[in-house]
Design a protein around this ligand. Sequence first.
Ligand SMILES: *Cc1c(COP(=O)(O)O)cnc(C)c1O
Length: 387
Amino acid sequence: MESELFMLLRKPQMLSAHRPTAAHISLEAIYHNVHKEIETIDSDTKVFAVVKANAYGYGMLEVAHVCLKAGVQGFCVATLDEALILRNNGIAAPVLVLGIVDARWAALASSLDISLAVGDIEWLKMAEPYLEAEKLKIHLALDTGMGRIGFQSPAEFKNAENYIRLHTKKFDFSGVFTHFATADGLKQTYFDEQCKRWHQFMQVLTLHPKYIHVSNTATSLFHAECNGNMIRLGMGIYGLDPSDGELELPYTLEPALRLTTKLSFVKYLSAGKSISYGATYTAKKDEWIGTLPIGYADGYPRCLQGFHVLIDNQFCEIVGRICMDQFMVRLPHKYDVNTPVVLIGSDGDKKITVQAIAKYAKTAQCEVVTRLGPRVPRIYEESSEFL
Ligand SMILES: *Cc1c(COP(=O)(O)O)cnc(C)c1O
């Protein structure tokens, strides 16, 4: 018994084995989305799957394996630790860390063939003494207007290239890249300015890195004219449309996430009584109220009061404030405890998209999915057709 409990506690997913709340991940949808992207782009353009932040909350290793099956050539992550998780779990494909890693970890990265993003010459100078036998693969980041990391001018970039040329024993110049700030909407002018800036940078380049990449999902879907030879595919993997339906997609994206639970408590509330913290909701007439075992600590945004869930193919309004672990909805009539509830996904002919939640919560779709907490087990649904 004791060792069983120990096992449960060691497996964070199992911490929620006894609550009906779960995120169902369709590996088939992920496969479809990645496969469609690869089919759509030039045959000599490679796709690196962006699996940072636990693959946007969908589960890093499970997603990585499906992406490999679907034909991706490598992975992008945000931190060195995320890259180590991939390597420690037997993934041998190229891995690029998109964020800046402390230069003293350069040898650790090179020993595991992990590529690092570099944004200034100082970083190269700091890393150089740490490197010995194995060359470190680097991708130079160019700041064309995102204003986050990267070389600020073609002159700075040129200096770094010269420095690399003098230190080819230590650095393998494998890539050069930039990131667009407005590829997902109708702000074409800013996008064009970034493109122009990119070309100015590229004019000073004399070495030939293997990977030249500018595209996140939005750039790849909506600005195919400037794809480079590698695509950093993020939200598209998960079936999330970066334009929120504003722009036309070259192929359909299949949402890969369903968030479900079951009613944990049902009661009859008489008119005049209130619900939840702050008593912000008061019943105008007698009504049935259901309680759901999920709350903001699970990543379900607290500001969704007034939004809805799906029960028995009907939208049910969220009434009262969302609590840390539970919240309440108004039911059209009495339902039994354990009646299924859909928070994200479809139920009959109705659906609730991540996009709708993000819009109501005034945030980005990626924030909604990455916030799904460790208390929500990920259940992987596979179809034998593609595995
Ligand atoms: C996160 C990230 C991506 C992936 O972006 P999506 O919009 O999710 O496709 C690509 N490139 C960089 C530099 C990133 O930080």
